[in-house]
Design a protein around this ligand. Structure first.
Ligand code: BG6
Length: 484
């Protein structure tokens, strides 16, 4: 297996918020990896823009440190690092005033691809967009990249979409959901639509239910103030888990094109039924001997925000009628494990005498760690003594299957940034998708807020509150173990 780096055209990438956390942890180390892979064309420039006064050399030193801290195992103090740092420039900019815009105009060029990454608070999107035009820096070929949180409800998401639409066409706007950049997420589409095996079975005749789990061991870290106003529903479900659900549930698009894929995802979101209150379990982690409770972490002793959520969701269309989707995500759980499990129906009848076990096939798609898939199949237990059946996984861990020569795992961000440069919007959320997702989540959130719903307690290092287990037990089903 030989790795292939698809070249992109020369570009100028301006990162507003270029000194911020995301830029230092993800965007710049990711770009450095693309540089090392030989994908950053000669002459391309990365321009950090932020409030702090500093020159380009100061910025290069800051990013060299960030790469040393967050860049993983890359060659760090080589000539390659210096080569990468030379592509960096810095402009001190006032997003709400006039300072720095002439300098930014001078440093950007016509005739190359231009992308502007808004790695700043959404309240600044309008100011930036307006000034980019006013100062003649952006035009109708420029691309802009925005991050979540994309609104906190339908009204605010619409307002953001309107702000961006006042300055840019939808084809210019790249809304990042970094889960769409994960290798396995794309593989999900390859497996579904590139094999004859799965698609005929991918419906409620054969699939009993689907589980989507995104479990984290970390707590809310230093983001308590943001998180407590969001909770797991806004922070994870409305975007990442819904995107996964869309990809698993959508109809095959006619071609793998940006609008074709996004049209199909939108149909799934619009087919989601309202969720009954007793099909939602919210939780908050307790303190343990070594670490504080959720409420202490967010410094809000009366917080009713959820750090865990599990829910049973129904997609109301021909393909999925009667096949529930169970979603769960939470912080401080027993493992860092994200997977989608397609649990097929039990065998209708066993021809093997004495075989009383329940045999079912499960396709588990692991997003992290240890990206890959395994398909649980039933085989004969080896050895003499009759026909005894056991269930074993057919393991397709990508790292094993593709061998050492395969391209090293690319981080979601670097893949997505390169897609921006290529002008490929397939893995980005369209405005109508984001709005439809909020239109579905808003009444659920309003519902529990209106009921003054109190989140259930759960122990750190557990699989969440007991009620989340009951959500499935009531239906005669069980969650898969969280390994990680
Ligand atoms: C972010 C959330 O979008 O995704 C975080 O805001 C969460 O709360 C993170 O921890 C999880 O991403 P990953 O790639 O580590 O699974």
């Amino acid at each position: 297996m030989v790795s292939r780096v698809i070249p992109v055209d020369e570009f100028d990438l301006v990162i507003f918020g270029g000194t911020g956390d995301l830029a230092r942890r993800k965007i710049l180390p990711g770009l450095f990896r693309r540089y090392l892979a030989g994908q950053m064309p000669k002459g391309s420039r990365i321009i950090g823009a932020a409030r702090s006064e500093m020159d380009s050399d100061g910025y290069r030193a800051m990013i060299a440190e960030a790469i040393a801290e967050f860049g993983g195992e890359e060659r760090k103090d080589s000539t390659e690092l210096n080569g990468f740092l030379e592509t960096l420039h810095y402009v001190a900019i006032d997003a709400q005033g006039d300072g720095g815009w002439t300098e930014l105009f001078d440093v950007t060029r016509d005739g190359v691809i231009q992308a502007f990454y808004f790695s700043v608070a959404p309240s600044l999107f309008g100011d930036l967009a307006e000034r980019l035009h006013k100062h003649g820096i952006a035009d109708d070929t420029s691309r802009i990249v925005v991050e979540k949180p994309f609104g906190r409800d339908l009204a605010s998401a619409k307002a953001l979409n309107d702000t961006l639409a006042a300055h840019f066409e939808e084809r210019q706007i790249y809304r990042i959901d970094h889960y769409l950049g994960k290798e396995t997420v794309q593989n999900l589409m390859a497996v579904r639509f590139g094999n004859v095996l799965f698609e005929p079975l991918w419906n409620s005749h054969y699939v009993d239910h689907i589980q989507i789990t995104v479990a984290e061991t970390v707590g809310v870290g230093g983001r308590g103030a943001y998180y407590d106003k969001s909770g797991a529903m806004r922070d994870m479900v409305q975007n990442h888990l819904m995107q996964l659900l869309c990809l698993i549930a959508m109809e095959p698009p006619s071609v793998f094109g940006a609008d074709e894929v996004r049209d199909e995802k939108l149909k799934v979101i619009r087919a989601l039924q309202p969720v009954e209150p007793h099909h939602i379990v919210r939780g908050q982690y307790d303190a343990d001997a070594d670490s504080p409770s959720y409420r202490a972490d967010v410094e809000n002793p009366r917080s009713f925000t959820e750090s865990f959520i599990a829910m049973k969701v129904q997609v109301s269309n021909w393909r999925w009628a009667d096949t529930p989707f169970y979603l769960r995500t939470g912080k401080k759980l027993k493992g860092r494990a994200s997977e989608i499990a397609v649990v097929f129906k039990d065998l209708g009848h066993s021809i093997f005498e004495g075989d009383t076990a329940r045999h079912r096939n499960i396709l588990a798609i692991r997003l992290q760690p240890n990206e890959g898939m395994d398909l649980q199949v039933t085989i004969k237990e080896p050895g003499p003594g009759g026909m005894r059946l056991i269930d074993v996984p057919l393991d397709m861990t990508f790292a094993d299957a593709l061998g050492e020569d395969s391209e090293p795992a690319t981080d979601a961000y670097e893949r997505l940034i390169m897609d921006v440069i290529r002008g490929n919007q397939t893995l980005f959320m369209r405005g109508d998708e984001v709005e439809a997702a909020w239109a579905w989540t808003d009444p659920l959130i309003d519902g529990w807020e209106g009921r003054n719903d109190v989140p259930k307690h759960y122990e750190q290092g557990s699989a969440g509150p007991e009620d989340a287990m009951m959500l499935m037990h009531r239906d005669g089903r069980r969650w898969r173990d969280i390994k990680g």
